[in-house]
Write a protein that binds this ligand. Structure first.
Ligand code: GUN
Ligand code: ZN
Length: 424
């Protein structure tokens, strides 16, 4: 069925940091959708037709749905856990909570709640860590497939330095990942991510098995963590004494390349930055998490200057908000502390097309370009009294976007469409 979704459309076709002509904005715009795909985006007057059903979202903005390229599905009940930095936080709160995902009923209930939360916050695609239990992956993909969401997810592989209840073994990690991958990767919009949690929780034998899996499935993303916290780095290097640095561990098992998403990537040495750039490996900035866990300040400009492509993500439940708007807000503040600036155009590019580029999926998601999937978010920049008051003084699109970036959250999400279907 064809339908016209009407509002002020905004879509990026280039990185605003690199191009003056980076986006297309239609004040009186519309998106024409058919069979889950965008057929056209443009002026309403050019797209309207007699008998064509319309949904009118004026005066709200229509953007491509947000993409969250790093978060943890089994941490929905870990968010807002007090008083610890990374390693203590994992041991005290996270591993015990993830252990509960061996229970299929629990995993199913949490998967449904998790996707409802993503959608109510305007996020239509995500790259998610599941727990080490295959049940958690099954639960998430089933819930995602039922909504026809583009989900990238995988079972964490972890075989040491955590409670027995969340551990696998090199063989089980490999076998379970392989079976889940063969079942889910490329099924509808679902994609499998090979997921070694991080070097601390994987023995060299498990890293070896991970490398094998990556060689056998070069089409899959790989997600892990890198240089988030100083104590983490010190412990990691003590576990891999032959490694030149943290990145070199992943490098030596053949994991680097444009498919790897390296969560955090904060405290990097020069050699690591150079190797990430040479291999095309992606850095993922997780602002609310980095502040919440006291991890450190991501060097956006430094990595960009080195030629590294970065994504921006919530990192639930180390992160403290499901909202990509709040994530951009905290990202702005971190870059302020670094003497860098996150312009609203760069911010909204990042949460949409920028993250799609980091995933190598900008031909499918992250824009309003015809032929791509009709995943949309409808944003209300006057959603709260405080925003409405501030908006009285906003004169440009950039100012309006900045109000959303700083003050927006799920209250600003008026609707979310997944493959053309309204989800709220
Ligand atoms: N490093 C390894 N596991 C995790 C996790 O669950 N969250 C964060 N923030 N960092 C990690
Ligand atoms: Zn993480």
């Amino acid at each position: 069925m064809r339908q016209l979704i009407r509002g002020r459309t905004l879509s990026f076709h280039a990185d605003p940091a690199l191009s003056e002509d980076a986006f297309t904005y239609h004040e009186n715009g519309a998106v024409l959708v058919e069979d889950g795909k965008i057929v056209a985006t443009g002026d309403y007057a050019d797209l309207r037709a007699d008998g064509l059903p319309e949904i009118d979202h004026r005066p709200n903005l229509i953007l491509p749905g947000f993409i969250d390229p790093h978060l943890h599905f089994p941490q929905v009940q870990v968010i807002a856990s007090w008083g610890a930095q990374l390693l203590d936080w994992l041991n005290t709160y996270t591993f015990p909570s993830e252990a509960q995902f061996s229970d299929e009923g629990h995993a199913t209930r949490m998967a449904d709640a998790f996707l409802k939360l993503l959608l109510s916050h305007g996020t239509t695609s995500a790259v998610a860590f599941c727990s080490s239990h295959p049940q958690s992956v099954e639960a998430l993909f089933q819930a995602s497939e039922a909504r026809n969401m583009a989900m990238i997810a995988g079972k964490v592989m972890m075989d040491r330095n955590a409670p027995e209840a969340v551990l696998d073994t090199p063989q089980r990690g490999y076998d379970d990942s392989k079976r889940l991958l063969e079942k889910w990767h490329g099924r509808g919009r679902q994609r499998y991510a090979i997921t070694p949690r991080f070097a601390i929780t994987s023995t060299p034998e498990q890293m070896e098995a991970t490398g094998t899996l990556v060689r056998e499935h070069p089409d899959c993303h790989i997600q892990t963590h890198l240089s988030e916290n100083l104590a983490e780095i010190e412990f990691t290097l003590s576990l891999y004494p032959k490694a030149r640095d943290y990145l070199n561990i992943y490098e030596s098992y053949g994991l680097l390349g444009p498919k790897i998403l390296l969560g955090h990537s904060i405290h990097l040495r020069e050699r690591e930055i150079a190797r990430m750039a040479e291999t095309g490996s992606r850095a993922i900035f997780c602002p609310t998490s980095n502040l919440f866990l006291g991890s450190g300040l991501f060097d956006e400009a430094g990595l960009r200057a080195a030629g590294i492509t970065s994504g921006i993500a919530t990192d639930i439940g180390g992160g403290s908000s499901y909202s990509m708007l709040q994530t951009l807000n905290e990202g702005y503040k971190i870059l302020q502390l670094r003497g860098q600036k996150l312009h609203p155009f760069a911010a909204f590019h990042w949460a949409t097309r920028g993250n799609a580029v980091a995933l190598g999926m900008e031909d499918r998601i992250g824009t309003l370009t015809p032929g791509t999937d009709a995943d949309l978010v409808i944003l209300d920049s006057r959603a709260t009294p405080a925003m409405a008051l501030r908006m009285e003084k906003a004169q440009t699109l950039a100012e309006e976007l900045f109000v959303l970036q700083i003050m927006g959250d799920d209250r600003s999400v008026a609707q979310t469409y997944v493959a053309g279907r309204p989800m709220l």
